[in-house]
Write a protein that binds this ligand. Sequence first.
Ligand code: HEC
Length: 296
Amino acid sequence: MKASLKTLVFAALLVLFFAACQQPGGNSTGSEYMPDMGHSIAYEANYYNYYYQNTWGSEEEYYKMVQPRTPVKGTIPRTSTGKNGISIPGVGSMPYAYADTEEERTRAINELIDNPYPITDKGLAEAKDLYEVNCGICHGNKGDGAGYLVRDEDPAKGIEAGKYPVQPANFLLDEFVNASNGRYYHSIMHGKNLMGSYADKLSYEERWNVIHYIRSLQAKDKKLAYNQMENTLNAIDKPAGDMVLASAVVMEHHNEEGHDNGHDSDHHGHDHGDHKEGSHDDANHHHGEGEEHHDH
Ligand code: HEC
């Protein structure tokens, strides 16, 4: 009697054991004992790969976990883009979405319209030095394409001819006065023919300020104004005006609180790459376009 009870319990356990380890096959995935141990919940950043056996919270919670986190206060998102596909906050290292090809040059010329920085007297003064050192030697301190390296020979004054073999662009020609800011920015980033790239010599902000400075040379040549208070050269570049003082106060105020420098850093615009950035801000927005998000 005793022995048969033992056998019965053993048999029952055996049945349970095999039932628990049911093999998958056909349309059945089988059943697993404690599946959490077989499938870890290694969240993949920015990748929504919810599976039904996830037992760590609801689907909503899982979705939130795989979303990119909001940036730490006071930091600047490197890939946040303004309407030109160029980030507004100024840091030295900024991704540039245009390759060194003719098609991409055309695209940059057509798309990079606005200078992300307003015209300031301080910016122009700093850019004067940068321009004369980096660009003026070829393009001339007046922007006329007659820099030191391409100067004409003048034996009467004992001046030797410049050694540079080709003619740099003359920025005072209407062609360049009317050219978009993208034409300048792209040239700084990738150079052109015999002109090399200056991307590693000038920071993001410096490049744009140098472009402002070139505009100021063009204005000077045409007896027009291009400074912090006034721009009669074109309708695109914005003089900072009195705003500089006002925003300096705002910036100080923001920095005290550990905020960013007053720009809307949470706002994601569109990249000019071949992907669109989905809005990750909205936690209720499921299966977003941003699921497969790749950085450049
Ligand atoms: C060593 C000489 C040299 C220096 C320094 C130089 N450039 Fe140039 N640049 C050239 C030459 C040469 C060309 C003409 C290239 C061509 O069209 O083949 C040129 C062309 C350009 C063009 C016109 C490109 C176009 O779309 O036609 C721009 C804009 C330009 N340079 C901006 C700059 C800026 C800004 C700097 C300083 C950061 C600079 N360059 C420094 C030699 C130079």
